[in-house]
Ligand binder design. Structure first.
Ligand code: NI
Length: 170
């Protein structure tokens, strides 16, 4: 497992729409393992492949609490097929937008279809933090960031801050 460098706002790679993973083979399983290593190292609770510069529809998540056993989840080609009318709000962050957090309201529950590590199609009903995390990560596969769900004023402030920071590093 290799820890990969994270793609940071405002890198345009983050706005790409990711392509489906064609087959679950050694290469795609290696990518999932590298993503998990990168996510745990950060540390974070979710990561989309595009965040390490690979625009493929692959998401890894672990919402287990500190001190609990790790529960790494891998979702190839995840798709939201249903969501609840009930909504919930979480303070979200993103490994591609370090040290910025904002409250985002989303459906409280989602049903997601995906392909697992064994290549089997699965359906998962999620609520709570896992539901929010799945929606946040699946957004990444469509080039959407959590800051797209907050006010325009706040979003523009964040983008300005990160654009300035990126320029000062050159
Ligand atoms: Ni994110």
């Amino acid at each position: 497992m290799t820890i990969k460098p994270l793609i940071i706002l405002p890198d345009p790679v983050l706005r790409q729409v990711s392509k489906p993973v064609e087959r679950i083979d050694a290469e795609s399983l290696q990518l999932a393992d590298d993503m998990l290593a990168t996510m745990y190292d950060a540390p974070g609770i979710g990561l989309a492949a595009v965040q390490i510069g690979v625009p493929r529809r692959l998401v890894v998540i672990d919402v287990s609490r500190e001190g609990e056993e790790k529960t790494p989840l891998v979702f190839f080609n995840p798709e939201i097929v249903a969501s609840t009318d009930a909504r919930s709000t979480y303070e979200e962050g993103c490994l591609s937008i370090p040290d910025y957090y904002a409250e985002v309201e989303r459906p409280a529950g989602v049903t997601v279809t995906y392909v697992d590590r064994a290549g089997e199609k699965q359906t998962l009903e999620a609520d709570g933090l896992l539901a929010t995390c799945l929606q946040h990560e699946i957004d990444h596969l469509n080039g959407t960031l959590f800051i797209d769900h907050i006010s325009r004023l706040k979003r523009e402030m964040v983008i300005r801050k990160f654009t300035k920071a990126a320029k000062s590093k050159i």
